[in-house]
Design a protein around this ligand. Structure first.
Ligand SMILES: C[S@@+](CC[C@H](N)C(=O)[O-])C[C@H]1O[C@@H](n2cnc3c(N)ncnc32)[C@H](O)[C@@H]1O
Length: 294
């Protein structure tokens, strides 16, 4: 369906995840990445590193870890609920080095965790752009015990309460939209249960500790997307259109928003992307540590 402000062309989630990769490459906190990579146990063909990634999408993190030589010998289990993402991952990841054995699983991460509990463990647990979608106090006690004693977690791109769009269209209206958009994250329910927090990043410090995990490195991983004279890098214009479309979807029909004005605002944001004017910044945090706390 196409309206003046909802653009079906910008609805492909797999293309969005693919376009997000270069944005994430710049954003990932280098200090946290290096701390995680330096602490991994040496892997061999006989004793590969066991990695579990939940909410793995189309597999861009395993590509990144392989490209940066963080993974040498590994058994990598990537879990996602969406079969289309797993199918896209299967296509993308055909060229991984043979020393990385890939296990792609279409499943709910928590159902997977319940099944795996007490039968399998991993050395590294990854959740990238995922934990801000779930109820963390309930999630961590289900996920962290999947680690072998002293195993490492790497939880990245956790949204933390700032969405910045420049140039300003109308400062008070821009602020109002940002606040309502964040509220949709705070009020989101999945199967009747709370699922999301627009300030996930800052809350992770005490939530990780409350769940019995240590925090060995933390730092910001803000998305910063802007165009140069050559336009936006790679497919990042699509990434931006998808984000603006998502904001429209989240707030379309919201009783506290003048809908005509909001539709014009959305159309202006898309037009700013077309002209290479839009700058988008989202504040996020990365964490690495161990479980249980030594
Ligand atoms: C924002 S995307 C991030 C995907 C990937 N980590 C990336 O950054 O490219 C969140 C992913 O979590 C998946 N997801 C959401 N809820 C899930 C659940 N309960 N179990 C497993 N995957 C889930 C979605 O299908 C989606 O692929």
């Amino acid at each position: 369906m196409e309206t003046a402000t909802h653009i079906t062309e910008f609805d492909s989630f797999t293309r969005y995840l693919s376009a997000k990769k270069t944005v994430d490459d710049r954003a990932l906190n280098k200090h946290v990445w290096e701390a995680m990579a330096a602490a991994l146990p040496a892997a061999t063909a006989a004793k590969p590193l066991r990695v579990l990634e939940i909410g793995a999408g189309i597999g861009t993190m395993v590509e990144r870890l392989a490209a940066q030589n963080v993974l040498t010998h590994a058994h990598y289990t990537a879990v996602d609920t969406d079969p289309a993402n797993i199918a896209a991952a299967r296509q993308r990841l055909g060229t991984l080095p043979a020393s990385i054995h890939l296990e792609l699983v279409t499943a709910d991460a928590f159902a997977f965790a319940a099944n795996a509990h007490s039968t399998r463990t991993w050395d590294l647990l990854i959740a990238h752009a995922f934990l801000d979608l779930v109820d963390i106090p309930a999630a961590l006690p289900q996920l962290l015990p999947l680690l072998a004693p002293g195993g490492a977690y790497y939880f990245t791109i956790n949204f933390d309460g700032n969405t910045i769009l420049q140039p300003t269209i109308d400062a008070p209206f821009d602020k109002h939209i940002e606040a309502l958009y964040h509220r949709t994250m705070d009020e989101r329910l999945t199967n009747g249960k709370p699922s999301g927090d627009s300030q996930t990043g800052r809350h992770m410090f005490h939530q990780l500790r409350a769940a019995g995990a240590s925090i060995l490195a933390a730092g910001s991983s803000d998305w910063v997307v802007f165009a140069t004279a050559n336009g936006y890098p790679a497919d990042e214009a699509y990434f931006l259109h998808f984000i603006v479309n998502t904001m429209y979807g989240a707030l379309n029909g919201h009783p506290e928003l003048d809908q005509e004005r909001f539709s014009r605002w959305i159309a202006q944001r898309h037009a700013q992307i077309e002209r290479g004017e839009l700058v988008y910044i989202a504040h996020q945090l990365d964490f690495y540590g161990r479980f249980p706390t030594p």
